[in-house]
Design a protein around this ligand. Sequence first.
Ligand SMILES: [Zn+2]
Length: 349
Amino acid sequence: MNRFRLPYCMTVEEGIFERVDEVISEFIPGVGMQKAIIVTEENLKNIFGKCLDEISRDFKNSEIFLVNKSSYDDAVDLGKYICMNDIQVVIGFGGGMVLDMAKFAAFISKTKYICLPTTLSNDSLASPFAVLGTDNGARKTFGCKIPSCIIVDVDVIMGTPESQLKSGIGDTISKYTALYDWKYGCSKGDGKLDDFAYMISEMALNSVVYHENKSLKSKSFIMALTEALVMGGLSMEIAGSSRPSSGSEHLFCHSLEEYHPEIKISHGMAVAMGSIAASIFQGRDDMKVINILKSYDIDYNPQSYGITKGIFIDAWQRAESTRKNRITILNDTVLDSEWLSEIYDRMSN
Ligand SMILES: [Zn+2]
């Protein structure tokens, strides 16, 4: 069985960023006395300057490090800086780019990593992976570790654009086809299913699908979405792979990123859109995915994101090649242009 870690704490509350040190100290005694670094970015410093200063004060006037770009080299340099300066706690304050940098730097410097997300746009916040830029500009996924603590301030999330929350919902809904593909891949000899990780990922999916209050800016929904994203990250940690959260619908997203970088669509929206088509390839009811997306008022029409029929067909036909060693339904599906064209029309109406 894969060895895995769990976070010491996960707390979702209103105004909790004002007492981060108190919350963490309950789980990691004396953490406020340790040397820390806060990793964030310029525009967040402008918006949350007072809050960041307070956190800094609570952690012995820790320095605030501003991320410009999230390349592998930058993350390694930050990790080196952390080691050289005997820093013991890394606090990531921000969204995807900042959190991936902070997570990877904490991993290589073997320090505690505290995750303070300012958005809930995908499940990478609690995953054991970091996506960082490489020399040729492409983004690559690197294994690392999940956060020691995850603290979500409902007031901060309430202030984020709804599109980011919808992206988080989309990433969670995509587990509908990711889980099927994981089982399918295992039946074809690609890895072994981990029942516990499968169950956790399915719980994440269900907590969004069946959540009664679908108003995005309610505390109960923000709690449910946080839990779903964290469970998504944990299921990957337990499985030791991204398979519980990533199937053919994610390959469609990777294909869009790689071959059609001009398309500006969030990760969550792309994988949710991918799940509609993937569920058809899997011989399942795509209306199940469509109805969930509709219940959250999520626009799944490819045209809304500038994805033409030609791009849609091309992205699907090249999707399998973006991760050749991963078996999904795509390995046994003939994606002819006519069929993809019909699916595109179905999604565009
Ligand atoms: Zn994802």
